[in-house]
Design a protein around this ligand. Structure first.
Ligand code: SF4
Length: 732
């Protein structure tokens, strides 16, 4: 007789979804426990010790294990058979051979740049790093980008331009509760990352003020002391109008501007051309509300501007974010504790995903691919000559647009562009025109269904890897389960393909081994991870970058580098031992060559597509509480589907009356690119000139069929947030 095996130990890890990367504990459920316990299932337990969410989870995180044991998850590779034309089960050997042959044959016939790679902002740092390396040294292609380009790239570009360094939040999220006034621009965090709402609640409880900028009265806007509802596409003019009033009312922090910035005269002149009455005409925000906002923002001793996709997903997204940064700089709200500008990144690894080389113009450590010193450093780590590294490639939408023409084979990992890309019907036709498409995913997403080969890969709870959350905190997701038989990790896929494609220097499949290489590749770069180890992350529950291995080194970022400083304002990291990591950036100097933040001399310009007689209404798109991104995972969870079963068109009663539409009737939203049909949801919480659609679904209600791929000239971000449409009553 022997006693039963002990229950598997609980594992501390993080949610698979958004950039908050909420901490949670997973308890593997043994098969004999009753209550439906099956191999491969886990229970989610609150983990209050993780400081970002302090135990709180939204419904998406709480129900994430359902996808692990979902009937529809992929557990064997699929290969499209020429005779049937259908995807049918195959062995891993056959599937990997087919991919290697498909990519190699295309490269041979049409050149290396005819092979593309498309990644995702949800991939771990290790995967993002390995994917970038795979594209550049194994495939030798410049054509790699990822869906993070659709997420926060405008904020990243504006951050770089103003501060010389891009880290979404240059301070811990907890600082938000301790400032005096927060301007939240185009973020509905009550629905997108609900546990973060507590920081705004604490802010208000402590007497702080909240201003929300959003064309809709969202659940987040309901919490605001002041809600400004500009016409979509006019956030830039709004920021300029506020800056105009700051100048006119003598609220400029002249000493800060003089000591720590450059470019103020030009930025000031641009703002002065946007007088309040003009801004009211452009934005629809009344002048008294502009004045109230300036008073709240400037009366507080400390204040912050936080942006999200609203101002960023515009064809002028970089300049729009730049205008909000200008407001912070002119008022001295930057480069000091409890004040500043930050971006609330969206995807789980939106931050780390853009740092380690899956972006078209970047190498690991947030280095620039075009920089000879960066190329030399990374090439040495990879064991190749710098000249062997390709140059920058196309941005995400441009890459998708080139499919079937210049780019004829594609390897896609962690993304579902058929739902999430703008002008999605066109993107779908480009994907269909490829000579060869291989997709690695956990379910048969809409994009995977078009592939020649589909690889079933492990999920978040089945593999270990690091993520970098919206604060620049590098955290460790630990495996709590082994993947089902037939499923492999993304890293193992890349390793297997590299071997087949003749890469003889070794391509590790072990996450920690990849991270060790990433540390070396990032050393000395802007996003320096060289002092971060798995052991340290585990012991400290996250480490903020930059964190050089040599504690003597400073990244030139004017940082506050004390781990324990998360709740304090003590300066400096002057102590022996390993570098403590950097919760707060820019306290003494910005990361520009001269240490000064740079104003951007920006002016309002209209959206790429303005309403006209044929398309008289504005469309804006966004997310809902119970679904995540393209819905590939969350649409497979019954509880979430019940809460958010499908798309809808939110419209004002005045617009509904003009159209003759009643609640729930199907409405066609038609743009120059196509039509999406979804039931009407009539509400006074939206401007009468605007309709809103969430974008998580495929099929007739796919919002991105309608959206405009006009690109920001700097960030190459498409204009998801505004386009011109007409409305029609659709057949029920
Ligand atoms: Fe997961 Fe984001 Fe929800 Fe937290 S807020 S549980 S990270 S989806």
């Amino acid at each position: 007789e022997h006693s039963p095996a002990p229950d598997p130990a609980p594992v501390d890890t993080h949610c698979p979804y958004c950039s908050l990367q909420c901490g949670m504990t997973l308890r593997p459920t043994p098969p004999d426990r009753g209550s439906g316990g099956t191999p491969g299932s886990v229970e989610v337990i609150e983990r209050t010790a993780f400081p970002v969410n302090r135990g709180a989870l939204c419904g998406k995180g709480r129900t994430a294990p359902a996808v692990l044991s979902s009937r529809v998850r992929l557990t064997e590779p699929l290969v499209r058979r020429p005779d049937s034309g259908r995807l049918e089960p195959a062995t891993w050997e056959e599937a990997l051979d087919r991919i290697a042959e498909g990519l190699e044959a295309t490269g041979r016939a049409h050149g290396r740049d005819a092979v593309g790679v498309f990644g995702g902002g949800g991939l771990t740092n290790e995967k993002a790093y390995a994917l970038g390396k795979f594209a550049r040294v194994v495939l030798g292609t410049s054509q790699i980008d990822y869906n993070g380009r659709f997420c926060m790239s405008s904020a990243a570009a504006a951050h770089q331009r103003a501060f010389g360094l891009d880290r979404g939040l240059p301070f811990p999220l907890a600082d938000v509760a301790r400032t005096g006034c927060v301007v939240l621009v185009g973020s509905n965090l009550a629905e997108t990352m609900p546990p973060a709402l507590r920081y705004l609640t604490e802010l208000k409880e402590a007497g702080g003020r909240l201003i929300v900028v959003d064309p809709r009265r969202t659940r987040t806007a309901e919490q605001a002391d002041l809600h400004l509802a500009p016409r979509p596409g006019t956030d830039l003019a709004l920021a300029l109008g506020l800056l105009h009033l700051v100048v006119a009312e003598g609220r400029v922090d002249e000493e800060f501007v003089e000591r720590r910035t450059s470019g103020w005269p030009e930025a000031r002149a641009a703002a002065m051309a946007h007088w309040p009455e003009l801004v009211e005409r452009i934005t629809g925000v009344p002048v008294p509300d502009l004045r109230k906002a300036v008073t709240m923002f400037c009366d507080a001793e400390n204040s912050m501007v936080l942006t999200a996709r609203g101002p960023e997903q515009q064809s002028k997204g970089t300049d729009t974010v730049g205008a909000w940064i200008n407001l912070c700089l002119a008022t001295g709200r930057a480069g000091r504790p409890l004040s500043g500008y930050g971006c609330l990144t969206g995807q789980g690894n939106g931050q780390g995903g853009r740092e380690h080389g899956q972006k078209a113009d970047q190498l690991p450590g947030y280095r620039k691919l075009a920089d000879p010193a960066a190329r030399a450093h990374v090439a040495a780590v990879w064991g190749v000559e710098p000249d062997a590294l390709p140059g920058p490639g196309r941005s995400a939408y441009e890459l998708l647009d080139a499919l079937g023409r210049d780019v004829r084979a594609l390897l896609l990992m962690g993304s579902n562009p058929l739902v999430s890309a703008p002008r999605a019907a066109h993107v779908e036709s480009r994907l269909r025109s490829l000579d060869f498409l291989a997709v690695a995913d956990v379910v048969l997403s809409e994009t995977a269904a078009l592939a020649d080969v589909v690889l079933p890969v492990a999920q978040w709870a089945e593999e270990t890897g690091t993520m970098t959350n919206l604060e620049g905190r590098v955290i460790l997701r630990r495996a709590a389960l082994t993947p089902p038989p037939g499923v492999r990790t993304d890293l193992s896929v890349l390793s297997g393909l590299a071997a087949r494609l003749g890469w003889e220097k070794g391509f590790p499949a072990d996450a920690e081994e990849v991270f060790e290489e990433l540390r070396r590749a990032s050393a000395g770069g802007p996003a320096d991870y060289s002092g971060i180890t798995y052991r340290r992350i585990a012991e400290e529950d996250g480490v903020f970058w930059p964190c050089p291995e040599n504690a003597e080194e400073t990244a030139g970022t004017g940082t506050e580098g004390t781990k324990e400083a998360e709740g304090t304002h003590s300066e400096g990291a002057e102590r022996p031992g390993p570098h403590p990591g950097t919760p707060r950036l820019f306290l003494d100097r910005f990361a520009t060559d001269d240490g000064r933040a740079r104003f951007a001399p920006v002016s309002h310009r209209p959206a790429a597509e303005e309403p006209d007689a044929a398309y008289p209404v504005l469309l804006t798109t966004g997310r809902v509480l119970a679904q995540y991104q393209s819905g590939a995972q969350t649409r497979r969870v019954a509880e979430l589907n019940e809460a958010a079963p499908g798309p809808y068109v939110q419209l004002h009663p005045l617009l509904a009356e003009r159209l003759g539409a009643a609640e729930g009737v199907p409405i066609a939203v038609v743009s120059r690119r196509g039509r999406a049909v979804a039931p009407a949801r009539i509400s006074r919480d939206i401007r009468p000139d605007t309709v809103f659609m969430p974008f998580h679904w495929a099929g007739p209600g796919r919002a991105n069929t309608v959206t405009n791929p006009a690109l920001d000239p700097v960030s190459r971000m498409p204009e998801f947030k505004v386009c011109a449409v007409r409305l029609e009553l659709a057949e029920g």
